[in-house]
Design a protein around this ligand. Sequence first.
Ligand code: HSE
Length: 428
Amino acid sequence: MTTPLRLGIAGLGTVGIGVVKIIQAHADLLTERSGRPVVISAVSARSRSKDRSADLSGYAWETDPVALATRDDVDVFVELMGGADGPAKDATEAALDVGKDVVTANKAMLAHYGQELAQTAEAQGAVIRFEAAVAGGIPVVKALTEGLAGNEIRRVMGVMNGTCNYILTRMESSGLPYEDVFEEAKQLGYLEADPTLDVGGIDAGHKLSLLASIAFGTQVAFDAVELEGIQRISIEDIHHAADMGFKIKLLGVAQMTGRGLEQRMSPCLVPATSPLGQLDGGTNMVVMEGDAVGQIVLRGAGAGEGPTASAVMADILDIARGYRISTFGKPAARLTPAKAAKATAPAPYYLRMELQDKPGALAKIATVLGEAGISIDRMRQYGHARESAPVLIVTHKTTRDSLDHALSGFAATQVVMGEPVAIRIEEV
Ligand code: HSE
């Protein structure tokens, strides 16, 4: 087949320009691999006059992304504008309504509207592909949907926000507090326009909800992701965790339990020697566990022009090759509503508290833990310059309910100063 595959690209930011550059640089390679030329018919972006690092003169310009998405000379609408609602969603729906395929990097849009968009696509005989929406250049959607298609997936987890991983690892290496490193990341341009998307865990939560849908055959349920950001992680905890052999990561975990689908995106401790523990800087890592395959670990750049454009191109080439697959790996009508697990699976916890330095204080804490049915695995008390002593406890596995019970018990002892810190330790 030599009919070209014709693209309409909406959004000419970092990723859009990256896609244009790959298509211009690798035209022959792409044709050889897919059996047909991949060409750009038209592009669209907010500002036409902006200076961009690629030659766009050969492409028609549309000011309205909906007009771009529905052009007769566009076979695939490539949505790289971002934003859950607004122009991105309008143009995606417009493309699907006229039966055009969509390739998108838009995790927010799919996290909120994935199910309805998948249904529209299937009703129109179109496909939606979104490799670039999760973990940038890492081909994790393909791995889960295709490479592991023969497995019952046990658990999917990972570090899927490079900015948070940069902040946490930089805090550890520099000894600087969160606020200073946040400012540094901002100056370096690492943060989204709305930084809460990054540091509040929302961006990573969007990604986790998409992987969970594929892994467990459930409708995307972003609202059911238990979200906690990294804003409250202190440099003390980073140092103490390191001292106990752990790293703190903004870790996403999705698993199907007897109680339903558990989806968490929150700071966790992981062993410093584990692949996740060794992940430094802005890199992403996704860990997948299947009943037949065991554990698979994928690591790579989660953002940036080349990596994200690389993922967009993989989807475009699949479409050029005639490979068509349901959005979340099985027909949208067969995805089941996710029953959200309210309580999380038991885990060990890291506790840090300031104890009054007086006889019996530690005994009171140990008693509260014992009465809550929580067993202590390890404990460490540090030198006390003031009237209080920092105490670290690593518990054996316990439920969040028991832990909450113990935390309120601590308050009643009147020997704990300030709020104790409790962070889950994930077995990875
Ligand atoms: N802001 C994200 C990150 C990339 O830092 O990983 C886009 O999802």
